[in-house]
Design a protein around this ligand. Sequence first.
Ligand SMILES: Cc1cc2nc3c(=O)[nH]c(=O)nc-3n(C[C@H](O)[C@H](O)[C@H](O)COP(=O)(O)O)c2cc1C
Length: 370
Amino acid sequence: MVSSNQKNTASLPYIFKRTKIKIKNRTVLAAMTNKQSHSNGIISNEEINWLNERSKGGFGIITTAATNVSTEGQAWEGEFGIYDDIHLPNLTKLTSTVKSNGSLIFAQLFHGGLRCPQKLTNVIPISASKTKCQESKSGFSRQADINDIKKIINDFTSAAVRCVDAGFDGIELHGAHGYLISQFLGTKTNQRNDEWGGDLHGRSKLLVEIYKSIKNSVPDSFIIGIRISPIIESIGINLQDTISLIKILKTFDLDYIHLSCWDSFLKYDYKNFSKKTITEIIRESFDNLPTIISTGSIWSSDNAQNVLNQGADLIGVARVGIPYPYWPKNISDINYNPKKPPFSIETLKKAKLSKVFIDYMRNWKDFVID
Ligand SMILES: Cc1cc2nc3c(=O)[nH]c(=O)nc-3n(C[C@H](O)[C@H](O)[C@H](O)COP(=O)(O)O)c2cc1C
């Protein structure tokens, strides 16, 4: 609990270390796929309105939903993309409206890998290795060859350059949650024995090469972050590898690492750490880190302060930002603890969710009530 005389720091400004770009507070709207956009990848007005409302609500950083960098990297219907210049006009509308409210705006760049349904993309899902794959008609993904890998790096880079053109302040590489980049990182999904697999250096090479290629192609002031999942047992990502990955990432001029914790309060025993959260373990394992964003199960201002006290520089929220677009404006009140789900359709409509998004939220157990 944050005691009433303890300072609540979530509403204080923050300055990114390398670029010196200032954020008005420590709150980040984490990426949320919402399926509201057009089948040609153009972001819809509904999706722009949803993000704009959260920038009006005071989020320091607005992150877009996962946005596909190529048609074959699309994982959901209604996902917007950034693989063609036709996407630029509406994306420019998004960035200018969000920036006019004083938030920074980052695009989350993404390729779904073996999670891309063949019936949506018309191609066999690609991954680090040939792996069992529900989304493929044959039941298996295809192992990316060197030309595929070059194309993936190129697609991420072109997408990042389009983000610069569209007025984004930065990008977040989606290296979390079991999509393509994390399929390369995971020992169970990456069975390669060439330079793109094997030890962690090999398995992280795709991520590193994407990062380097983008870095060489965007202005110095452009923010580049990477979102990772510190632990995904099902694909073979563990905390020890994550610490080693961060050691590798630290050698670059990376602006931030976003830890997707799902539950930021879960405690682990790890090496000489006893009953510590992931944020604490990562923070205490290094002297000097890029900006750290931690996300997962933050709901109240007490939760937010707890995660900042664990060592996060910025806190990300997803679900609480759905019914409460103005969450950041309340965060300086240390007693702020808004009501938890379920939420009525009326409440969600008022919070600028379209019918498509409300229906999508039915996938989250007991989030929507009729
Ligand atoms: C509707 C919804 C869509 C999501 N889509 C994405 C996404 O596109 N990219 C991503 O990295 N995480 C996505 N996530 C995960 C969130 O960014 C976040 O990490 C997770 O919900 C835990 O944070 P929370 O407890 O504040 O909701 C999504 C979560 C929700 C609820």
